[in-house]
Every structure is written in structure tokens, then in C-alpha cells.
Design a protein around this ligand. Structure first.
Ligand code: ADP
Ligand code: MG
Length: 609
């Protein structure tokens, strides 16, 4: 084919693809416009996950009638004027791409009245084509409705998830807005139900109560505000840049970094990074390195796979950060990243050490923790899958072992004790075995639940024949975040099949009436919340079935955690159960459950051989 310039509607669709990935991207762009327009109250309504219909209404400045059409032109913006302005950006938008992009892939109706103008304007654009513009009565502010997103872009439509999941993304976005702009009032109405509303009091704690629930919000630690003056790192690989900075005082200047916000104490953690909210000059950014800096501040106080809850505002001079990195503006580039990361790390670390010293993990002062039934916080459920004989009958005396010719992958082990309240240490025929108690329990539960569920699906139509259920004596109400609610909606049937009986109880609250019996001794409310957090995090569409994902997250949430003391009897039972599983050497996520130090290696290390 000869080289030719793409038709403008095709070019627009391609460009739109970079900005608008899913309904929540539209919500993001529209809400950002409302914030930029100085709105105090922003109301978002969505139906069908936002794909079918959404409306964002604000009480901001509005658009003058004479400029409404221009707002839909590509690269039309009222927010920057010259290239220098790119380093002075105070607004969330500046690329002039959102309205034309949305209009290229959906049907848009915008009604607006600028403050000081008598009448308002209504404009309709569909798939990039102007349909109509007329005067219309309207309240001061702007209302944008978007219908049939991606109707003409089947490739994009195919990648959307079920409406509940898409709604969850919008809920996450509004949660972030509420945390980033506590003085504004955001609401989200999903399928005619008000699922989220921030108070707009200007107090970040009030916003956190709405987003995380009162329990978490009240446990959060306020970051001791830190002001750091960092002078530019002199490590530029380009020597001429240093010359430039020496000659040009503007480039040689220092960066003033201001960090504020809240972080969770080390014992309050989540199984996902999703509760780490970072704002750079009030812009919500998804920056792995920055999140890593915050997590690193907790040092060894966090267990593997656990993440803190963080709401951090990082303020830097506008010329110290480049926000023009990606069309979605969710990433930023810092002029001096290491200064920013270390400022974040110091601020977070100072906050958590001030609240309670971080426990240092020392090498064992006593070799093996003496197992003590009294201080055990956990009782492993001794139930077996249906039809599997209890191994208790075959348990041998704890003080002897005989090599076994078991067909399983794991020999018969003799439990010696527990170290760091996390690993079980055991002796086998050919060496020492260290068992990760959490991973091992995950494996046991995984096979148990799988067997129970398979029984339910193939043998009996009655639920009672499936996963064993346990009624809760006091079904306490649980307050969910909008995203957790969306995850619940999307996985209701599967959760029920695994033994969770959940009833609605008011707006964002549910009642947990029954849980899988395997969960009996754990804190059931916390386990459900964790499962929901895990579920909404699972993104890969083809990766695994809902069922397989749910079962791994259930196991992860209800398995005994590292850091819990276990009684000798519990450890023996866990090891016996692990030996009986089909794949005892890995947890359901594929990580090892067991590490082996064989005798030959010990003999070599000690110079016996
Ligand atoms: P950008 O936000 O990058 O400037 P957009 O395409 O999102 O680009 O919007 C184009 C222009 O339309 C904005 O610069 C602003 O002047 C105007 N505009 C869009 N939404 C609103 C709104 N809700 N209230 C007032 N003005 C708006
Ligand atoms: Mg914009």
C-alpha cells in the first residue's frame, strides 16, 4: 500500500484508544475536568458498568457558549498556552484530548452554562460527528452524558469485563478522588443505587472513613509532615548537563519536597497494593517505584505478600515533575527521583517507628520455639475432605520416625518445632525440612475445598453435600468499600458455592451468615474482606476461571498466617495433612511449601565428609 495520511476519524479512534481504555477512563477524564473547573460537588452515575450509560454532573465554571464546540476539537484546551506552561501545570488536564477522544468512541451529550451567562448550551457528538448544538436551560456547571461506549470499536468492547467489575474500576477512581480532594464532594450512583459518597469536609480522615471504613480509618497513623530540601543529584551521565546547570541557575536549583498523609501501622495490612494511594501535587499516580518506596519503609515488619494502606500527598514544585509522560496522565517523571523516593521513605518510616518500634527479626536466641498450646492463637481445622480417612489413625509416635515408602512427594516427617512463628522445622529420612506454615496450610485447604466442591458438582445436587458450611452465631454487619461491593456482586454465586452465605444489609453493608467450615476458627469477617480485595485485583481475563481464582484467594485468606505460634499438635496435624495432598511441595500459587537441607550437604558443610 502507498503511504497515505489516515482519515481523520480513524486517526481520532487510534488516538482515543490511548486515553480511553474502559468506562472508568471516561469517568476519570470527566471528573478531572470537573475538578479543574473548580467544582465543589461532582456526581457520577453509571449504568451497565458505565459502558451503556454514564453521566458526570458538576457545579463548576461551565463552558462559555462560544467555546463549547472548540472543546471537542483535538488538542483544544483552556489550561495551557505555551511550551513553558508544561512545567507549570496546576490542573489535572492539559492535553486537550479527553472530550474529542470520548466523542470519537461514544455518543456524548454535553450541557453547560458558564457562570455569568444567561442561558446554557447543549451539544451532541456521536462517533466523532457533530449532531447538534442549541441553547438550552441549564444550571451553572456542566453535565456530560456518554452512551454506548465502544459501540463502534468491537475490539475494545471485547476486552471489557462484566459490568460489576467495570463499575468497580469507577468506584476505585472515585475513592482516589475523595482521598486526593477531601474538600470536594463526590458521589457514585451505580444502577440507580448510591454506592459511594464522600463528605467533602476537607478533612482527609472523613474521606478515609468513607473509603476504608471507620475501623481502618481510625487506626491510620498521620504522617508527620516533612519538608525536605533536596539539592539536585550531581550524577548526570551527561557531563554537559552539569555544565548547563552550573551556567543556568534555574536547572541547578533545589527541590522542596513536602510529604503528608496517613499510613497504616505495620500490623494493619492488605493482601493487595490497591490500598496504596499516592498523589503527586494532588494528581493520583500509579507509580510502582514510588509505591515501593512507601512499602520499603516498613522494612521487615510486613510479611511477604502483604501491603500497607497508604494515602500520601507528595508536593513538589511543578517544574520538578513531568506529568506529560502518558496520555492517561497516571504516571509522572521526577527530575530527581531518588530525592523523592527517599523523602517518602523517611516520612513513612518516621511515622511508623514513632508509633511503635518495628520489631526486628533477630536470629534465633533459642533454636526452636518451645511449642506451647497455651499461646497458640490458632486451631487448624481437623476436618478431612469427604471420603478421605482421617490420618489421625495412622499418626505415629512423635518421637520416632521410620522412613516411608509413601507415594506422595513428601516423606513422613517428624515435627521438631517452629521458628520465627512462621516455619515448621521437621526431620525426614534424608535431612531437615523447613515448612512454610502458611503455604502448607494453603495447599491443604486448596485440595480440601476442591474435593468438597467437586463432590458438590458431580455427586449430589444438594448444597449440603458440597463445601461444608458453618453458621455464624452472631452475624455482624460488615461495611464494604464500593470496590469490594463490586467484587462481591461479580462473584456472588461462586462465593455461595464455597460456603459463604451473604445477605444485603443496607446500603454498603452486608451480613455474613455462614462461612466455609474450614474457616471456622479464623476471623471470618476479615477473611471475607481479604477475599474480596483479592478478587477485584485479579485482572488477567484468560488466566484462570473465576472458580480457580476464588479458591486460591479463599485459601490465601483463611490459611494460618506466618507469625502465628502453633502448638506442636497443630503442626503435626498440618504436616500429616500436607503429606496427604497431591502436590505437597507447592502452594496453590506455585511457591514452595518446603525447603530441604539434606544430610549430605550438612555433612559436607561440617567437614564430616
Ligand atoms: P483538557 O482537560 O486537557 O484541557 P479536555 O478535552 O478534557 O481537555 O477538555 C477541553 C476543554 O473543555 C477544557 O480545557 C475546558 O476548558 C473545557 N471543559 C471540559 N470539561 C469541562 C467542565 N466540566 N467544566 C468546565 N469546562 C470544561
Ligand atoms: Mg480534561
Amino acid at each position: 500500500m502507498p503511504i497515505q495520511i489516515l482519515a481523520s476519524d480513524l486517526a481520532d479512534k487510534i488516538a482515543a484508544g490511548e486515553v480511553i481504555e474502559r468506562p472508568a477512563s471516561v469517568v476519570k477524564e470527566l471528573v478531572e475536568n470537573s475538578i479543574d473547573a473548580g467544582a465543589k460537588e461532582i456526581r457520577v452515575e453509571i449504568r451497565g458498568g458505565g459502558q451503556r450509560w454514564m453521566r458526570v454532573a458538576d457545579d463548576g465554571a461551565g463552558i462559555p457558549a462560544s467555546e463549547v464546540k472548540t472543546a471537542f476539537a483535538r488538542h483544544a484546551t483552556s489550561k495551557i498556552f505555551s511550551a513553558d506552561d508544561l512545567f507549570r501545570i496546576q490542573t489535572l488536564g492539559f492535553r486537550g484530548e479527553a472530550l474529542p477522544s470520548i466523542a470519537a468512541v461514544a455518543r456524548v451529550t454535553l450541557i453547560t452554562r458558564a457562570r455569568g451567562e444567561e442561558s446554557g448550551t447543549q451539544i451532541k457528538v456521536d462517533g466523532g460527528k457533530f449532531l447538534d448544538q442549541r441553547a438550552a436551560g441549564a444550571p451553572a456547571g456542566t453535565i456530560v452524558s456518554v452512551e454506548d461506549l465502544f459501540r463502534h470499536v468491537p475490539a475494545r468492547l471485547k476486552f471489557l469485563k462484566v459490568p460489576a467489575t467495570e463499575a468497580g474500576h469507577s468506584a476505585d477512581l472515585l475513592a482516589a478522588c475523595a482521598l486526593g480532594f477531601p474538600h470536594l464532594r463526590f458521589s457514585l450512583v451505580n444502577d440507580d443505587r448510591l454506592v459511594f459518597q464522600s463528605p467533602g469536609t476537607g478533612n482527609l480522615i472523613d474521606a478515609m472513613v468513607k473509603v476504608f471504613g471507620v475501623e481502618i480509618a481510625s487506626a491510620m497513623l498521620q504522617v508527620q509532615e516533612t519538608n525536605v530540601i533536596a539539592s539536585e543529584a550531581k550524577q548526570s551521565p551527561y557531563s554537559n548537563m552539569e555544565i548547563a546547570s552550573a551556567q543556568n541557575p534555574r536547572l541547578a536549583m533545589t527541590t522542596e519536597i513536602h510529604v503528608s498523609g496517613f499510613v497504616s501501622p505495620p500490623h494493619l495490612t492488605k493482601a493487595t497494593r490497591k490500598f496504596i494511594f499516592l498523589f503527586v501535587n494532588q494528581r493520583w499516580v500509579q507509580d510502582r517505584a514510588l509505591a515501593h518506596a512507601a512499602v520499603q519503609a516498613y522494612h521487615t515488619a510486613l510479611m511477604v505478600g502483604r501491603y500497607p494502606i497508604v494515602v500520601l500527598n507528595i508536593n513538589v514544585p511543578t517544574d520538578a515533575v513531568d506529568v506529560n509522560v502518558h496520555p492517561t496522565k497516571a504516571q509522572v517523571r521526577f527530575r530527581d527521583p531518588s530525592a523523592i523516593f527517599s523523602a517518602v521513605q523517611r516520612a513513612v518510616r518516621a511515622t511508623i517507628t514513632a508509633s511503635a518500634p518495628i520489631p526486628a527479626v533477630n536470629f534465633p536466641t533459642r533454636d526452636f520455639a518451645r511449642p506451647n498450646a497455651e499461646d497458640s492463637q490458632l486451631a487448624i481445622n481437623l476436618q478431612r475432605p469427604h471420603g478421605v480417612p482421617s490420618p489421625a489413625s495412622t499418626v505415629q509416635s512423635p518421637d520416632t520416625y521410620t522412613p516411608t515408602h509413601s507415594h506422595t512427594d513428601l516423606p513422613m516427617l517428624r515435627v521438631l518445632g517452629q521458628i520465627f512463628s512462621t516455619y515448621i522445622i521437621a526431620e525426614g529420612p534424608d535431612g531437615i525440612y523447613l515448612v512454610d506454615q502458611h503455604a502448607a496450610h494453603e495447599r491443604v485447604l486448596y485440595e480440601q475445598l476442591r474435593a468438597e466442591r467437586a463432590g458438590a458438582q458431580t455427586l449430589a445436587p444438594h448444597a449440603s453435600a458440597g463445601v461444608a458450611m458453618q453458621d455464624l452465631l452472631d452475624p455482624a454487619p460488615i461495611q464494604l468499600t464500593p470496590a469490594q461491593h463490586a467484587a462481591l456482586d461479580a462473584n456472588k454465586e461462586t462465593l455461595a458455592a464455597y460456603g459463604f452465605r451473604i445477605e444485603p444489609f443496607g446500603n454498603q453493608t452486608i451480613l455474613l451468615r455462614a462461612v466455609p467450615a474450614a474457616l471456622k476458627k479464623n476471623e471470618p469477617r476479615a477473611a471475607l474482606i481479604e477475599i474480596l480485595d483479592e478478587m477485584e485485583q485479579g485482572e488477567e481475563p484468560l488466566e484462570k476461571s473465576v472458580d480457580a481464582r476464588l479458591i486460591t484467594s479463599i485459601c490465601k485468606s483463611i490459611a494460618v498466617k506466618g507469625g502465628m505460634a502453633m502448638a506442636l499438635e497443630e503442626m503435626r496435624e498440618l504436616i500429616r495433612q500436607l503429606e496427604q495432598t497431591a502436590s505437597p511441595r507447592t502452594c496453590p500459587h506455585g511457591r514452595p511449601t518446603v525447603i530441604q537441607l539434606n544430610v549430605g550437604m550438612l555433612e559436607k558443610e561440617f567437614g564430616r565428609k
